[in-house]
Design a protein around this ligand. Sequence first.
Ligand code: NAP
Length: 287
Amino acid sequence: MATIIDGKELAKKIRTNLKVECDELKAKGINPKLAVIMVGDNPASKVYVRNKSKACDEIGIEYEEFLLDENITQQELNDLIKKLNDEKEVNGILLQSPLPNHLNINQAFKTISYRKDVDGFTPSSVGKLAIGEDTFISCTPHGVIKMLEEYNIDVEGKEVVILGRSNIVGRPLIQCCLAKNATVTVCHSKTKNIEKHTKRADILISAIGKAKFVTKDMVKEGAVVIDVGINRTEEGKLVGDVDFENVEKVASYITPVPGGVGPMTVAMLMNNVIKAAIEQNNEKSTF
Ligand code: NAP
């Protein structure tokens, strides 16, 4: 039976440490602040945003929400981002996705100052990650790497197979794993014979958004299995991409859903806000 990687517990530990850091910053007159922009009325986004606001409260990070009408123009959205870029009190800017179809999310991301890009989605952050420079790392991939580190799972020289190549999970994960000297394979919807790849994996990370896609016969005995997926079954139950009950019988380590990668994502966002506050108040920063 696999060891369960407890993301909830680990995220709690990270948030506790961040609270100490945040208190220290406040004692120096630095008040870390996150601004969150949400456009329209997406129920899932509301839940994500509420979780982020709760985490900020717990740590002592100031939090301001901008709820924009779904008919807002690109210009109006970009103007708000520019205004927040210029506000000294705001350390981090987060634009909650998805946006309504008439808005171009990449254009909006490009408008966010890389110094406040706590989600790590701007071309500048993505580029810096790719060339190995210090930057904000997208929160979910960062959370995955942190989990592996905390459980002393060595990535160097390992065959890492990533399912999914999205800009927010799969692609940054490739860079994070390469930086740790893994041999990385990326699979996507056009990959043929996917199990041929997954069966080779020492570390298998799934981020595709398909309930119970990864079955026991796709996993090598003793593999580490990280499940990023969040899916709802017809009965409304939250499940990952991995058939947990069966895969845990062959894996050495496995993350549950819920309680795995999800809480780590929010913790790494908080980590990035504190990092932003430190960098923006460091006169010698070249970040
Ligand atoms: P996405 O943008 O929809 O990307 C999905 C990726 O999976 C794409 O690269 C797609 O391939 C690939 N894919 C889809 N069906 C596939 C199949 N049958 N075989 C192989 N690859 C397939 O999704 P995302 O935003 O990365 O999110 C992925 C999952 O992670 C979702 O369930 C999401 O809810 C979850 N998520 C969780 C967290 C967290 O904090 N735990 C954070 C973010 C996302 P193509 O590129 O070829 O289309």
